[in-house]
Design a protein around this ligand. Structure first.
Ligand code: UDP
Length: 328
């Protein structure tokens, strides 16, 4: 039993991780400024005797020092996330995603070398044209005039920092690049496609597919992603390495829209919208994003396996229960 700090613990992935760490018997301190995270995400844990929630920013150095002092390990998930948020506010993206990571790494070293999990993203690969991406592949970020790349670039710097702290100070860091993690509690305000499609279909449509819908993504259930994070943190061989975490089953966005509609209401229509109208003229999308997950498999013996059909069932059931409880 240990004391874990989860930054971003009220967020979508962070709240699921917090639940599982508590279920494994740990004490958890959540640090979240509730900007994109929501207190509601931790509602089910209200009053848990081993949970402490600190509402505050990772840019607050005093607060960071205090919460790190009281932790044995650090799970750093707080960040500016979501293609829409990042496109709308690149300054916030850079400030939130870079300086606090360095501050946390320093504190972890000063505290005697506390195990450190860094949440990174498949966005760091940029628009690499390869069919499947391995952790040793080149990064293909676009120009700085396009704000989308600020996110991947900020996370790539975090990775450089974490790996440097591993090499220079022996800090036990584990880095994960998430590939389109989805599940209950994810919301569509910041651009994420599945909650948007499900909301649109449940309210009668249309489902809005950007561009031609030929973009390809792989979707992994948050429960399996959290299990991978916990296994990696329990595996000494994972230290000092970067891991792709996700499913490797590709789906086009058009197929995704059709799958959502088939499950919610076959009468719903699909409409296409140009990127310029969705995100503005300086937007660039990633055409294909499929991970090679063999390093994860070799290291922990498993990878996320749940199929899109089951994932959608779970998300739609959650959405319907939310709607029912809001209606009283
Ligand atoms: N997308 C879409 N309609 C939406 C939101 C997203 O067609 O309402 C597309 C988007 O252009 C992208 C894919 O779905 O190709 C996944 O988008 P998301 O923002 O979820 O993740 P990311 O682009 O980071 O993979």
């Amino acid at each position: 039993m240990s004391r874990c700090l989860v930054t971003g613990g009220a967020g979508f992935i962070g709240s699921h991780l917090t639940e599982e760490l508590l279920a494994a018997g740990h004490h958890v301190t959540v640090l979240d400024n509730l900007s994109t995270g929501r207190a509601d995400n931790l509602k089910g844990l209200g009053g848990h005797p081993r949970l402490t929630i600190r509402t505050g920013s990772i840019t607050d150095q005093m607060l960071l020092a205090e919460v790190v002092r009281d932790a044995d390990s650090i799970y750093h998930l707080a960040a500016a996330v979501g293609v829409k948020l990042v496109a709308d506010d690149p300054v916030r993206t850079i400030e939130t995603n870079i300086y606090p990571t360095e501050a946390l790494l320093q504190l972890a070293v000063q505290g005697g070398g506390k195990p450190f999990f860094l949440a990174s993203t498949s966005e760091v690969y940029g628009k690499n044209p390869k069919e499947q991406w391995t952790e040793e592949d080149d990064l293909h970020l676009g120009p700085t005039s396009r704000p989308r790349w600020a996110y991947g670039c900020s996370k790539a710097i975090d990775e450089f920092l974490a790996l440097a702290y591993f090499r220079k100070h022996g800090l036990p860091v584990v880095i994960a690049r998430f590939f389109n993690v989805v599940g209950p509690r994810q919301v569509g305000h910041y651009g994420m496609v599945i909650p948007r499609f499900v909301d649109q279909a449940l309210s009668g449509g249309p489902v809005i597919v950007y561009d031609d819908g030929g973009q390809v993504r792989c979707f992994a259930h948050v429960r399996e992603v959290v299990a991978s994070i916990m296994s990696l943190m329990g595996t000494p061989a994972a230290q000092g390495q970067v891991f792709n975490i996700g499913s490797d089953k590709p789906w086009s966005i058009r197929q995704l829209a059709e799958a959502v509609i088939a499950k919610v209401d076959p009468a719903v229509r699909i409409e296409h919208l140009p990127y310029s109208q969705a995100y503005g003229d300086d937007f660039e999308d990633v055409r294909r994003r499929v991970p090679d997950v063999s390093r994860l498999k070799q290291t922990i013996g498993s990878t996320p396996q749940l199929g899109l059909e089951s994932i959608l069932d779970d998300i739609i059931a959650w959405k319907r229960s939310q709607i029912a409880s809001a209606a009283g």
